[in-house]
Design a protein around this ligand. Structure first.
Ligand code: NAD
Ligand code: DAU
Length: 339
């Protein structure tokens, strides 16, 4: 099998590539990534010389480039991780989110249609369901929960999801969608809550908690997400949506306190800052469908996963310090200058 994995130089896409190389060593992975600020080729250095792996620097919105790659590689399946993924950036500049997340998705699916009705999987998010109230812990997002978005980011992901389902109905494209809750783990870009707090703690810098920090997120270790996507890809029913989450709800403030405690830093570093505009209160996934149909269950408990993650950041300072200094953006130039 040959898989095109888009956005594989980012957080979840890179973890998915590592997982797939070890779970399916005979399969070939072609990683297509534009290397935006969030894409870091040094993340993929352990697979760069693997004969079952190829990296291609390409924008998913570049129709000509995408078609040429499909013609050359003749993929059996496409897994689309490529996206603008940060809610705060979408509030500052929505347009790039619409381009990559919606137009880019349509270009990939057009390529799938044209080059042989190729299997397509869309990596989506629980944010398409909007949020849940804090005083109704009995409520969860199921696959039947109406789409009800809050931010330009979540709206662009919801737009893409609708397009994916439309390509199934209109053209018969063999698609699936997975909607996952918040991931954490290695190679998480340090603009997101957990890595940002770890790195600021290490530098004794203020820990900027939005508002009161009472917002709840449902955290899942990234490898559990990757395993779920693999299962949906291999055994999921065509045209279906699968929610992915592990019933692990935490308030932001409690996550930040836990990181302070693990790193032996004072909670006085916590600084409450102006809240995010339109800030979603609570996300909580009901993963019954993927459990019942595909037998998926999360394997990493949060107390272990967060310790592993903190340990990873402690032992990979070279990775995140290059991001903070901006040095990683020269990596492609260095890696490819003589190729
Ligand atoms: P990320 O921001 O870490 O990585 C995104 C990757 O996509 C980067 O490598 C970037 O260079 C690439 N990219 C961006 N625009 C591109 C374009 N136009 N063409 C080609 N490549 C492009 O994101 P992530 O956190 O790894 O998220 C991956 C996917 O999972 C996204 O679709 C996101 O919506 C979804 N998701 C993320 C989470 C989470 O907690 N991080 C949870 C659920 C779903
Ligand atoms: O639920 C899945 C989504 O999770 C994904 O679709 C997104 O791509 C991913 O970025 C993530 O979105 P969030 O907005 O939940 O993640 P973020 O890490 O930006 O923020 C988590 C919570 O922490 C949120 O309530 C905002 C808060 N926060 C975040 C930052 C960066 C802070 O309080 N301070 C911060 O500095």
């Amino acid at each position: 099998m040959t898989y095109i994995v888009t956005g594989g130089a980012g957080f979840i896409g890179s973890n998915f590539i590592f997982y797939m190389r070890s779970a399916h060593p005979d399969d070939r992975i072609v990683c297509l990534d534009k290397l935006t600020y969030a894409g870091n080729l040094s993340t993929l250095k352990s697979v760069m010389d693997d004969p079952h792996f190829r990296f291609v620097k390409l924008d998913i919105c570049d129709r000509e480039g995408v078609y040429a790659l499909f013609e050359e590689e003749k993929p059996d399946a496409v897994i689309n991780f490529a996206a603008e993924s940060h809610v705060d950036r979408s509030i500052e500049n929505p347009s790039i989110f619409l381009e990559t997340n919606i137009i880019g998705t349509s270009v990939l699916m057009d390529a799938c249609r044209i080059f042989g009705n190729i299997r397509y999987h869309q990596v989506s998010t629980d944010e398409v369901y909007g949020d849940l109230p804090l005083d109704r812990p009995d409520l969860f997002f199921t696959e039947e929960t109406p789409i009800h978005t809050s931010s330009p980011y979540s709206s662009s992901k919801a737009g893409a999801d609708l397009l994916v389902l439309a390509y199934k109905r209109t053209y018969g494209l063999p698609v699936t969608i997975s909607r996952c809750s918040n991931n954490y783990g290695p190679y998480h870009f340090p603009e997101k809550l957990i890595p940002l707090m770890i790195i600021n703690c290490l530098h004794d810098k203020p820990l900027p908690v939005y508002g009161e920090g009472l917002n709840v997120r449902d955290w899942l270790y990234v490898e559990d997400h990757c395993k779920a996507i693999d299962l949906v890809l291999q055994k999921g029913r065509i045209g279906e949506v699968y929610n992915i989450g592990g019933h692990n709800e935490m308030r932001n403030i409690d996550i930040v306190r836990l990181i302070c405690a693990e790193l032996h830093k004072p909670e006085s570093l916590i600084t409450h800052v102006t809240d995010r505009k339109g800030h979603d209160m609570r996300y909580a996934i009901d993963p019954t469908k993927i459990h019942n149909e595909l037998g998926w269950l999360p394997e990493t408990k949060f107390e272990n996963g967060i310790r592993q993650t903190i340990a990873w950041y402690l032992s990979h300072e070279d990775w995140w310090s290059e991001i903070i200094s901006g040095e990683y953006q020269n990596y492609y130039q260095v890696m490819y200058a003589n190729r």
